[in-house]
Structures are given as structure tokens and as C-alpha cells.
Design a binder for this molecule. Structure first.
Ligand code: GLU
Length: 425
């Protein structure tokens, strides 16, 4: 079986050939500059020490410091982290941010760890990659299963080590080494919402270009973490009908295919009580499960909605289920949720797919504002942040839309070529 990194390289080379980019330069670009492999020993509460394996792939820094999240997941592999770091290089170029691309990962199921063990693992990872990161070198952030609390442990460890080493860097710059920190702890108001917010900016632009009305569009969102939740919320605020949502345990929608707009804040409240969204059919201020239909995540993807928003993991729309997808628009809020094969198939069928490197760039854009805020020793208000993200995302969408028209192709090829033109030397 070919791995995700090889597949990504193959598909980018194919695109490069089609658009006559310099093949040697593309081949050189594709390989990460450095992939660090680390071992992190953590003393578990049963007294035993478990050694976790982690990675940091620094892909390309032509446009600025390496930038990208750290994921904690049992299925993390070196190749996955390398592919994700390559996507970050493309994503930062698409959003026109002064950053290169990187990604980190630790092979772990964080749900099996106690709070103490998770803190030790987070601090241990920061210590292990200490030498290769910094506000002007490589700036990590959250990704799948990592959050502001984990970032605050990591940056605290980073600042502690820097002080022990008597590093002559002002404290505010040391804090700029990690983004996605808690708002009250050197972070940015609005960073948590940034990815979902940016995705809805892109969706609004797309709907307008296609001459559609947001009020008539039914949306299904897969994933109810920070990305999916805020996407659903901002989409609902902008008049879209979010009719189905899911988390890792399952999905919920209306019982008799009479799709109704869900009350997202209430679904969230209910999920916090019940521990899963599939028990939460909430519409117009009332939760009443008898009117709802619990679904599997796979069934959610195949619903006859207008817009599908995969916001969880990669490769959920693939060769096996691509023929069953009914949505006319897909917004890739996760990284790589639509496989290359499925992308080609669905695009040929007329489905418009906004690729991840454009659709979810609101997150790293939020990170950029946080980093800038730390470096400039300022504190931005949430409204200012969201306004800035809106401007950057609108411009990015416009650039890619025009590139697609220029190249007479779809948005994925357009965004890849647009990014590569900036990145090749
Ligand atoms: N993990 C997010 C992404 O894949 C954010 C990265 C960042 O803020 O650096 O885009």
C-alpha cells in the first residue's frame, strides 16, 4: 500500500506536469527540509514508564518560519506528518502568510491518558523539539486532539528551558514560539473560532460566485470539535441551514428527511451533558430526540444535502463511498478529507470542492495574528481578529478563484499551482 506522503507527491507532480511547472524544482520542493524523530518517556500513574514516539517535519521555509500544528493520535505516522507539513507549505502560500510549512505528531490516544500524563507528554514533546523551534524558526500550534491547554504547557516548558539556558530573547518573543495558546495566557481572542470562521468566509464567497442564496442551502457538518462546531455556528449565523452534525460517536439529523435547521448552541449544550451529539436533536430552542434520527458518520456523508463539510480526519470521502455522495459543494475543513481519486471523480460529476489548503487556512491565519500580537507586544480584540481573518480569507479565495479561471481548472489544482509558483526556486 502506498503511503499518504508518496500519494501526495505523486498527485502534485501530476498537477505540475499538466501546468508545465519545472519538474526538477517541484521534486526538490516536495521533500521536507528536515524530519525530526523523538522519543518521549512519560511516567504513567501505574508507576511504569512508557516511551512515546513523536515527529516534527519541517517542510519548507522559503516564505518564512516553519509553521504548523501538532497532532496527538494513535494513527500518526512519519509519512502522515510529512504529508501534512507539505500541505502547510502550500496552505501558508495560498493565504499569503509569511510562513513556511511544518507539522508535528505524537503516536498516542490522548483519551487514555490522565491529565498529569498528558501534561508530561506535552512538556516532554516541547523539550524534545526545543532546539529546532523558535518564533523566527518554527512555530507549532494545535491540530487534531491538541488544544490551548496543551499549547500553554508546551510554551511554558519552552520559556522555562530558555530561561535556564539564559537565552537573550525577550519573553514576549519566546511566547510567540507557539500559537493557539489560551486567550488569557498570551493567546489570541478568536483563535479558537478562527478555522471555522475562515471556512464560512470562503463558503459565503463561493455561494455568491455560484449565484446561490445561503438561506436555501442545507449543510451537513462532520466533526463537532473546534473546526466543525464553529463552522456550524458561523454558517447558521449567516443563514445557512445546518441540518446534520456529527462527532466521533455518531451523527444526528431530522427523522423523516424533512431537514430542519439545528439549534447549534443548544446541540453543544446537550452534547456537553450527554457526551455525544447523536442524542441531541435540538431545533428552535428545544431538544427532542423523538423527532431526530441518529446516524453513523458514514451515513451523514451520504445525506442528500447541498453542502458537505468534512471537519474531522483525512480520507473520509474515498473510492469506497464517492459514488454515494449527493452534495453539490464540499468544503474541506479537515486536512485531506477527500482522497485524490474521489476529488477527481466528484469534480468530473460537477461537485465544487474547496480544497483544505484554502478552506481551513483561517486557523493558521489566526495563528499568524497571534504570533504578530506576541511579537509586537499587543492585544487584539476578537472583532479585530475576525475582521483581519475575513480580509485575508476573502483575498485568498479571490486569488484562487481567478487562478482557476485562468488555468481553466478546479480549485484544488488552481490552489496547488498558485502556491507552487510562490514556492519554487
Ligand atoms: N493545525 C492547523 C492547520 O492544519 C493550524 C496550524 C497553525 O495554526 O499553525 O492548519
Amino acid at each position: 500500500m502506498t503511503d499518504i506522503f508518496s500519494e501526495t507527491k505523486k498527485s502534485i507532480l501530476k498537477i505540475s506536469k499538466k501546468f508545465n511547472l519545472n519538474e526538477n524544482a517541484v521534486e526538490k520542493f516536495l521533500e521536507p527540509a528536515r524530519v525530526l524523530e523523538v522519543k518521549i518517556p512519560v511516567k504513567l500513574k501505574n508507576g511504569q514508564t512508557k516511551v512515546f514516539q513523536g515527529f516534527r517535519s519541517q517542510h519548507n521555509n522559503k516564505l518564512g518560519p516553519y509553521k504548523g500544528g501538532i497532532r496527538f493520535h494513535p494513527q500518526v505516522t512519519k509519512e502522515e506528518v510529512m504529508a501534512l507539513s507539505l500541505w502547510m507549505s502550500l496552505k501558508c502560500a495560498v493565504a499569503d502568510l509569511p510562513y513556511g510549512g511544518a507539522k508535528g505528531g505524537v503516536i498516542v490516544d490522548p483519551k487514555t491518558l490522565s491529565e498529569r500524563e498528558l501534561e508530561d507528554l506535552s512538556r516532554g514533546y516541547a523539550r524534545a523539539i526545543y532546539d529546532v523551534i523558535g518564533a523566527d524558526r518554527d512555530v507549532p500550534a494545535p491540530d487534531v486532539n491538541t488544544n490551548p491547554k496543551i499549547m500553554s504547557w508546551m510554551v511554558d516548558e519552552y520559556v522555562k528551558i530558555s530561561k535556564e539556558k539564559k537565552v537573550q530573547i525577550p519573553e514576549n518573543i519566546l511566547y510567540a514560539t507557539f500559537t493557539g495558546k489560551p486567550d488569557k495566557d498570551h493567546g489570541l481572542a478568536g483563535r479558537t473560532e478562527a478555522t471555522g470562521f475562515g471556512g464560512v468566509v470562503v463558503l459565503k464567497e463561493l455561494v455568491q460566485r455560484l449565484g446561490l442564496k445561503s438561506e436555501n442551502q442545507m449543510v451537513a457538518v462532520q466533526g463537532f470539535g473546534n473546526v466543525g462546531l464553529y463552522f456550524a455556528q458561523f454558517a447558521a449565523d449567516n443563514g445557512f441551514k445546518v441540518v446534520a452534525v456529527s462527532d466521533s460517536k455518531g451523527a444526528i439529523t431530522e427523522k423523516n428527511h424533512q431537514f430542519k435547521a439545528l439549534d447549534i448552541p443548544l446541540v453543544l449544550k446537550c452534547k456537553k451533558e450527554k457526551g455525544m451529539v447523536s442524542g441531541c436533536y435540538c431545533v428552535g430552542g428545544v431538544c427532542d430526540l423523538s423527532k431526530g434520527r441518529p446516524l453513523t458518520n458514514e451515513e451523514l456523508l451520504e445525506l442528500p444535502v447541498d453542502i458537505l463539510v468534512p471537519s474531522a480526519l483525512e480520507n473520509v470521502i474515498n473510492k469506497k463511498n464517492m459514488t454515494k455522495i449527493k452534495a453539490k459543494i464540499i468544503i474541506e475543513m479537515a486536512n485531506g478529507p477527500v482522497s485524490y481519486e474521489a476529488y477527481e471523480y466528484l469534480t468530473k460529476k460537477g461537485v465544487v470542492i474547496v480544497p483544505d489548503i484554502l478552506a481551513n487556512a483561517g486557523g493558521v491565519t489566526g495563528s499568524y495574528i497571534e504570533w504578530k500580537q506576541n511579537i509586537e507586544n499587543k492585544k487584539y480584540k476578537k472583532e479585530e481578529t475576525l475582521k483581519m481573518i475575513e480580509g485575508i480569507m476573502e483575498l485568498a479565495f479571490d486569488n484562487i478563484w481567478n487562478e482557476a479561471i485562468n488555468l481553466k481548472t478546479h480549485l484544488k489544482e488552481a490552489s496547488t499551482v498558485h502556491a507552487l509558483k510562490k514556492l519554487l526556486v
